[in-house]
Design a protein around this ligand. Sequence first.
Ligand SMILES: NC(=O)c1ccc[n+]([C@@H]2O[C@H](COP(=O)([O-])OP(=O)(O)OC[C@H]3O[C@@H](n4cnc5c(N)ncnc54)[C@H](O)[C@@H]3O)[C@@H](O)[C@H]2O)c1
Ligand SMILES: O=c1ccn([C@@H]2O[C@H](COP(=O)(O)OP(=O)(O)O[C@H]3O[C@H](CO)[C@@H](O)[C@H](O)[C@H]3O)[C@@H](O)[C@H]2O)c(=O)[nH]1
Length: 438
Amino acid sequence: MDERICVIGTGYLGATHAACMAELGFEVLGVDVDERKVAMLSEGIVPFAEPGLDDLVSRHVRHGGLRFTTSLAEAAEFATVHFVCVGTPQARDGHGADLGAVFSVVEGLAPLLSQDCLIVGKSTVPAGTAARLTERLAALTPSGVDAEVAWNPEFLREGHAIEDTVRPDRLVLGVASAEAEKILRQLYRQPIREGVPVVVTDVPTAELSKLAANAFLATKISFINAMAEMSDLVGADVVSLADVLGYDDRIGRRGLSAGIGFGGGCLPKDIRALTAQAEELGAGAGELLSAVDVANLRMRERVVELAVEACDSDPRGRQVAVLGAAFKPLSDDVRDSPALHVATTLRGLGARVRVFDPVANDSASRVAPALDYVDSARAAVTGADLVLHLTEWPEFRTLDPLTLGSAVNRRRIVDGRNGLDPDRWRLAGWSYRALGRP
Ligand SMILES: NC(=O)c1ccc[n+]([C@@H]2O[C@H](COP(=O)([O-])OP(=O)(O)OC[C@H]3O[C@@H](n4cnc5c(N)ncnc54)[C@H](O)[C@@H]3O)[C@@H](O)[C@H]2O)c1
Ligand SMILES: O=c1ccn([C@@H]2O[C@H](COP(=O)(O)OP(=O)(O)O[C@H]3O[C@H](CO)[C@@H](O)[C@H](O)[C@H]3O)[C@@H](O)[C@H]2O)c(=O)[nH]1
């Protein structure tokens, strides 16, 4: 089999996949329409923060096993396996997915093909997308060339992208032929040899499995957040409650952290894509997932309410320190970030907001330029009337409430992530508030 592959779309998913496939021994060509990104990656520089990825990319670029281009023609010539990793964001005019980039790749590549090939979708798409792409391929591929579409959804988490790619929980091979399965098994022979479970299935099941997995994770988070609201009303502690639930293997403790809710480039848009498709088809999943979405967004507003209360109901002119801007720790991704939503809402209410994130200050300042960004937690809290803990970076857990207490104007903290130890902060004289905790 050809040991050369193309990875089309080199964002969070594609850059990681390209580098990891190079690490697995393949010769990899990454393709993107973004010239700046291609120039940076060609220099071995990753345009976003992901632990370990800089080293991996620069090493394989240096050794020549990983190259980047903007040319689809070069891609068509280079390999017979093309992974499609382009974005599938929420459509501007509704809550479905914008599949423009996926179609543009397949429609752009098809006429350039001169050898039989396998197009492997990794982007997250509604079930049925591959079937539509197959029709376009058939219409546009030169006669005599055989091109097939398979789906191999990706389940990596940002912040853990390399380990999740090299040793995933499972590999899903959505295939329409034995030949496609053979090629994919060959590509993933190392993780398969190391015992990674493989589910070989049909293409629509593979497409749906990805949206279903994210919908389940989102539902689990909204469920525990609903219990946080209940805990507030009955005087219970949602962190202990999650421990109790989590000991049941059928539930599990992971993904059961209550707080400001989920954000990022995946969970919110993916539940909306599945909701849109379910509604179109008249399936009940739409109702369930709309409720998950609404419950999630309500958590951001709950944090704003707690912040306003902590400002004696009038945030105007108050100095608010926001710890965290990324949608989660170990990432500089601020797509649909709950932390930035709360920060900008409070600024809109008249507060003076100062933000510190250990790695996401730059990306945050591009999407929310009106906020003030500072380069340490200490600088953020100096003179603050209120501190908000909105992304649970490990370094925030070890902040010293006594030292910070001497820098602030008022010792008030809202922990939007339930990530700090309430006793430590209260003992140091702080008013500590969190969602779902007495
Ligand atoms: N980010 C994650 O953790 C993750 C994990 C699993 C799956 N996914 C899915 O992977 C896909 C990509 O997500 P992402 O987070 O990497 O997005 P991203 O925005 O970081 O990257 C998408 C890349 O595709 C490029 N692109 C757009 N149109 C193109 C075209 N016509 N030809 C070539 N390149 C093109 C963009 O320039 C960009 O670099 C989405 O479907 C997402 O749902 C993402
Ligand atoms: O108990 C939890 C776990 C997560 N979150 C929040 O949920 C969001 C998503 O977190 P996570 O799932 O860790 O991050 P992603 O990197 O977005 O990964 C999700 O989205 C990816 C893209 O589709 C999938 O590949 C992954 O399997 C899926 O976990 C973040 O805002 C987290 O802060 C919580 O509020 N509570």
